[in-house]
Design a protein around this ligand. Structure first.
Ligand SMILES: O=C(CO)COP(=O)(O)O
Length: 252
């Protein structure tokens, strides 16, 4: 059975003292259930400290981006080797904010997914449509293209380990959540695409999260859907109490 992966994407929020306080408040309370995996996706300056603070606990630490090269003249970038070196386990790739503001493309996402696996990091690959695409009935075709490009060239075992986050762009930070049925329909389509590219067995193993205004009040209904296996959460992951409630919902 697939577990729920609840990942809190802090985006560009929190300073050192807030990071420490967050961890202190929740680390001993994170459920150790086999049904759930809890991850915080923090800004680069706090990753090493977070890895130390969460050592031996059920809370995992993710970066929000990385470069695909191992090293070199890429001023301002962080490599997969560096993330692995400090003990980070996951990396968010292709978030819509990176695609929109930082020229991330399906091609660079694919390179980064390969780099993640080459260095033992688990990628959380974000896909999702704009409001215009949804209204033009292009959601499934768009998401299908993003997923296919992201996993291009991976082995079936790597596809099975990839976490996919379906985040409709119009639902991010807007308070608008896709209805659980609509979200599930797209997540089921993603699973079908993976089935076509790999196999039914692999498609059944892949964790597919929903993201976009997830909060304690709507998480149960979303997680009850057949093809939603967790959530990638922005705003509601910033408060320790609210993040903990989301993880507890995932553990049920
Ligand atoms: O972008 C998101 C997580 O990556 C979603 O953000 P919100 O939960 O704030 O809508």
């Amino acid at each position: 059975m697939r577990k729920n992966v609840i990942a809190g994407n802090w985006k560009m929020n929190k300073v050192s003292q807030e990071v420490t306080q967050f961890v202190d408040e929740i680390v001993s309370k994170i459920p150790t259930s086999e049904n759930v995996e809890a991850i915080v996706c923090a800004p680069f300056p706090y990753l090493a400290k977070l890895v130390e603070q969460t050592e031996g606990t059920a809370l995992k630490v993710s970066a929000q981006n990385m470069h695909f090269e191992n090293e070199g003249a890429f001023t301002g970038e962080v490599s997969p080797i560096m993330l692995k070196d400090i003990g980070v386990t996951h990396v968010v790739l292709g978030h819509s904010e990176r695609r929109e503001y930082f020229a991330e493309t399906d091609e660079t996402v694919n390179k980064k997914v390969h780099a993640a696996f080459n260095h033992g990091l688990t990628p959380i690959v974000c896909v999702g449509e704009t409001l215009e695409q949804r209204e033009a009935n292009e959601t499934k075709a768009h998401v299908e293209k993003q997923v296919k490009q992201a996993i291009l060239g991976l082995t079936e075992a790597q596809v099975a380990e990839t976490i996919i986050a379906y985040e409709p762009i119009w639902a991010i930070g807007t308070g608008k959540t896709a209805s659980s049925a609509d979200a599930n329909e797209v997540c089921a389509h993603i699973r079908q695409v993976i089935n076509e590219v790999t196999s039914e067995k692999t498609a059944q193993e892949v964790v597919i999260q929903y993201g976009g205004s997830v909060k304690p009040a709507n998480v149960d209904e979303l997680l009850a859907q057949s093809d939603i296996d967790g959530a990638l959460v922005g705003g509601a992951s910033l408060e320790a109490d609210s993040f903990l409630q989301l993880v507890e919902a995932g553990a049920k």
